[in-house]
Design a protein around this ligand. Structure first.
Ligand SMILES: [Zn+2]
Length: 268
């Protein structure tokens, strides 16, 4: 079996996880910028993080012959101080031409606040100005449906944004339909303690089909499982999915979306 891990925070994983991913059939890993588990005290902290995402992590992954890609932004959790967020965002254009940068992400909302929404809109503008793909995080602690609707309307009110170039991540049973019906891609996240279990993800697939849908582990520094995607494959096999269907969903679908960025050159 081959698959893509389209959302993993490898900076907070051990090197052995790269080996496990490769042994399980992973052909590329993609890492959105996120909250480090603590607030960085200066824009320089983000500068170093962007260097880590664009230079150090790809080298660590390359030791296992695993292509590593990333997305850049300031996470919504750190967007409450709008002035600080803007200073950080000013650093991003310098990094966009790097070989492994796929676009702007994971942007979005955390607590659905006014400041978060303003920085979300400015990230959307940054992506449009530089013709970048967008990866969006939807809230889990606050109202996910309300946050998803705010995000969809922010994206739809910018006429430069093409929905097929945006993925809305962490969808669940009550948000997936609106995202797909609006023409966007949707991501399902598998977590051991929150978000979707393999069984729930399989139910969503059976109900909504697999078009414009991908699945990820979003593994990070919290309770999470870098092998969640191959574990979902076991659940899907048990439900009668063929190997060709698994390949189409777990490998070809992420390739279809990510290949809209020329730098994503994983084809087999
Ligand atoms: Zn994430």
């Amino acid at each position: 079996m081959r698959y893509i891990e389209p959302h993993a925070h490898m900076v907070s994983r051990v090197t052995d996880d790269y080996e496990r991913l490769v042994l399980a059939g992973c052909r590329a890993v993609c890492e959105p910028a996120f909250w480090a588990g603590f607030d960085r005290s200066s824009p320089q902290g983000f500068y170093d993080y962007y260097l880590q995402l664009t230079e150090y992590e790809p080298r660590r992954a390359a030791k296992y012959h695993l292509p590593h890609f990333c997305w850049l932004c300031i996470n919504p959790k750190e967007a409450e101080d709008v002035g600080f967020a803007r200073e950080v965002m000013a650093l991003i254009p310098e990094f966009l031409p790097k070989d492994n940068v796929l676009g702007i992400g994971e942007i979005g909302l955390n607590k659905n606040t006014r400041s978060e929404l303003r920085i979300l809109e400015e990230h959307i503008d940054l992506a449009a100005q530089h013709d970048q793909l967008i990866l969006v995080h939807t809230p889990h602690l606050e109202d996910k449906l309300k946050g998803t609707r705010l995000i969809l309307s922010a994206l739809q009110s910018d006429s430069r944004i093409k929905p097929e170039r945006v993925i809305i991540d962490h969808v669940e049973e009550h948000t997936v339909r609106e995202v797909l019906d609006a023409g966007f891609w949707a991501g399902i996240t598998l977590y051991p303690v929150s978000k979707c279990t393999p069984a729930r993800a399989a139910d969503i697939l059976e109900m909504h089909g697999r078009e414009r849908l991908w699945v990820n582990s979003a593994c990070d520094w919290g309770p999470s499982d870098p092998l969640a995607v191959p574990k979902l494959a076991m659940e899907l096999r048990a439900r009668g999915f063929s190997e060709a269907e698994l390949d189409d969903f777990l490998f070809k679908n992420p390739c279809r979306f990510l290949s809209q960025c020329d730098k994503f050159n994983v084809t087999e």
